[in-house]
Design a protein around this ligand. Sequence first.
Ligand code: NAD
Length: 280
Amino acid sequence: MAGRLQDKVAIITGGGSGMGRDTVLRFLEDGARVLVADINEDNGRETVALGKAQGHGDHVAFTRCDVAEERDVAAMVATAEATFGTLDIAYMNAGVGGAFGPIGETAVEGWDYTFAVLVRSVFLGMKHASLAIRRHDRGGALLSTASIAGMIGGAGSHAYSAAKAAVISLTENVAAELAPHRIRVNAIAPGIISTPLFHRGKPEKYEAQFTRQPWPERGDGKHIAAVAAFLCSDDARFITGETVKVDGGLLAQGLTLWGAGADNPLLRAPGVNYGSTGRR
Ligand SMILES: NC(=O)c1ccc[n+]([C@@H]2O[C@H](COP(=O)([O-])OP(=O)(O)OC[C@H]3O[C@@H](n4cnc5c(N)ncnc54)[C@H](O)[C@@H]3O)[C@@H](O)[C@H]2O)c1
């Protein structure tokens, strides 16, 4: 049976680790040919080896790319076209935690690095990938990894959150521009996902953060990969300009002003609060 992404050619940045690696493997399973792009060559090549070990042979290749550098991003797109003959999908997923600390002590270099890796990268990916997709004239999909930190305060550092908010804004504006060319532009806003970026090799240390969300299982790269495959497939052909939260209900839970889950008295027993009406 043909896969959901049969014969599509995709680039996935940050494909050397975490949700990027899981998405590479998922896209291959779904029939795509994938160029893995990462600044970490060892990890990127390891992802390719995993893909080949799963029987995907020459459907997967690696290119070293610093997503913050225009020359590298242009070369990455050219490599995808040269290797696989066309380009249908670009997933701008690479990222880092970036600058943190008090605003008064944040160095301009740290701020600029954060925005270069998290925002300039998405702009450059959208720019060069859209030009290539338009050259082949058969439409396509651009996807980026934003974050729930770009939707609300308190989920990341100020620089990280501001950068991810910019990704959400770019997604909307570029979607409107590219729709006439049949290029869809979407983003995923992950919640807490158990990847090396989040747990830095020690998942047990972050158990409290992992259990904040209402959904019982912790977020996994495969959850993101499944949504990425859907958003880049023709099943999502009328979805563009959208940022999809994939967070186990973390933001739906909101302020938890009265306590979360079983601690919330509003969920303990049924009743009606009649306010100041005089009715008891
Ligand atoms: N893990 C989470 O909880 C979480 C939540 C929300 C958003 N995100 C976002 O998800 C994306 C993927 O993160 P992850 O959790 O899988 O992390 P990860 O560290 O496992 O993977 C990120 C990959 O990006 C690569 N990368 C970093 N800088 C790069 C650069 N300049 N050029 C090319 N590649 C570069 C790294 O080498 C790495 O392979 C990031 O954009 C991150 O901000 C993660």
